[in-house]
Design a protein around this ligand. Structure first.
Ligand SMILES: [Zn+2]
Ligand SMILES: [Zn+2]
Length: 254
């Protein structure tokens, strides 16, 4: 069942300012964490106790509404990832230590995930030994996490198992969490080692899976500002409908 008035929060975490999104059904309190890759203490403090810095952006009410007893107690029911680069998955073990839930990832990124700690170290970041996913994201299906429904769109190209996660919302525009598949005015890198990056495949994924979606859908990229499907479809210089192949150098996010 689609939720009707979710709280959606974005946290820019870690040195690479990766967007972690937290979605809560404001009726049931069920909560999922998408790409909990860094700053686990900050995420936990706000999700569990409304303490600390909190999110950088949110659809939610003001602080008073959170804390005056009107907002249901939040219950984290699952961790879900768009893909397995260390900035998105490096601190999943710390979240799993705190929340007794399952972690979901597309199986084509399972190998990449085994390298998360190693690739973090190459960039000078210390993360725990990599988490192992408990469950597979099933491409083309709608998966329920508590009372929250996500449609799973497999969009390989930045990584083999990269997925876009469409949050189904009753009575309002959907939101989609695209990881590093698509950015406002850019796309994810396709040159990273051990990743299966392929620009032609990325472009095909976006054309086949994202452009048919409603223009109004709000896009949450893994880095940088929010955008919409309609905006990127019309103006993205790499994959928009009027893009000239090879006219621009490609994106730079991990
Ligand atoms: Zn990233
Ligand atoms: Zn990435």
């Amino acid at each position: 069942m689609a939720v009707s008035n979710p709280l959606i929060e974005n946290y820019f975490v870690g040195a690479l300012q990766m967007r972690c999104s937290v979605v809560t059904d404001t009726v049931s309190g069920d909560t999922i964490i998408i790409d909990g890759g860094a700053e686990p203490d900050r995420l936990i403090a706000w999700i569990d106790n409304w303490q600390g810095r909190g999110p950088d952006w949110s659809t939610g009410p003001g602080f008073d509404e959170y804390t005056n007893g009107q907002f249901p107690e939040r219950k984290v029911v699952a961790l879900v990832n768009t893909h397995a680069h260390f900035d998105h998955s490096g601190h999943i073990p710390d979240l799993l230590d705190n929340y007794n839930v399952k972690w979901y990832l597309h199986e084509d990124d399972f190998f990449l995930q085994t390298l998360a700690q190693q690739s973090g170290q190459r960039w000078g970041f210390e993360t725990p030994p990599p988490a192992v996913a408990d469950e597979k994201l099933i491409a083309g299906s709608v998966m329920s996490f508590g009372t929250i429904d996500l449609e799973i769109l497999h969009t390989p190209g930045h990584t083999l198992g990269g997925c876009c996660l469409r949050l189904l919302i009753d009575g309002d525009s959907d939101h989609i969490f695209v990881g590093d598949t698509l950015f406002a005015g850019s796309v994810g890198r396709t040159d990273l080692p051990n990743t299966g990056g392929d620009f032609d495949l990325l472009s095909k994924s976006i054309h086949d899976k994202l452009w048919p979606l409603d223009d109004e859908i709000i896009v949450h990229p893994g880095h940088g500002p929010l955008t919409t499907i309609g905006e990127e479809k019309s103006s993205n210089p790499f994959v928009g409908l009027s893009a000239q192949q090879g006219a621009f150098s490609r994106g730079s996010y991990l």
